[in-house]
Design a protein around this ligand. Sequence first.
Ligand code: AMP
Length: 286
Amino acid sequence: MLIHTIKEVREQVKEWKKLGLTVGLVPTMGALHNGHLSLIKKAVEKCDRVVVSVFVNPIQFCPGEDLEKYPRTLEADTKLCDDAGVNIVFAPSPAEMYGENQMRTNDFLTYVIPPFFYVNKLCGKSRVGHFDGVCTVVNKLFNIVQPDFTFFGEKDAQQLIIIQKMVKDLNIPVEIIPCPIVREESGLALSSRNKYLSDEDKIHALALSKILNNIKNCYKKGITDVEALKETAYQFLDEHHDLEYLEFMNQNDLEETTKADDTTRVFIACKVGGVRLIDNILLGEK
Ligand code: AMP
């Protein structure tokens, strides 16, 4: 069922709660692919009722980013959700979420601001204010849907860690279920932004997963010095790659590390054909 208003979602969820049913929420920006679908399937398995939100959140886009051209495929998304057993696709307009005059400004909107330590690194460094927008919208979605469980992908690991921190710090009564990264057979992590890549770009984009897998192999062979591990990346990069960062951090608190161990997550962001791609890998994972 496709719903556009907060009021209708609230009414429906209220009915479910009266019956004692558990509710799962999968927040997305739409243009759904198999990565999203893995979260949705997990939610349908685990919860009695599932809401998938489809909302291209204007306040998490920075000036000059792809807000206008971000792919919007609501009809196909709704069909995919229906087929997967989702109960509600919640697709509000920006005005429904923020009111006509409150968009893209913190002069008139109450924001949820995650801690500086978590946002002054990785994607937060170049995307200033991005995680304020993410935390604010996710917090709103939690208040609207009041889910028992919510599902986030490790594809956006910094986002997942920041949401976990927000839920803990603000005592939000929801359990976060992290979901592993879904990849193409080639290794490329699925992303709605892959639609912007040409066939040739897609080949160059494989460098990200190759770099991460190679670092993990080197780690498994006993190399733990982060500088030495970083050095191994350059063989995969050429003039087609604009590397933004390659960082090694503790996966629980985003503390930077110089010596890798099983809790180290390696994060990469790189532009290919003008498209900004991110990926990551946990060194301790089998
Ligand atoms: P987005 O629509 O890009 O905001 O993503 C919505 C949710 O889907 C987030 O929790 C993402 O981390 C997750 N997601 C996106 N791509 C993937 C992927 N390839 N594998 C697993 N989860 C993903």
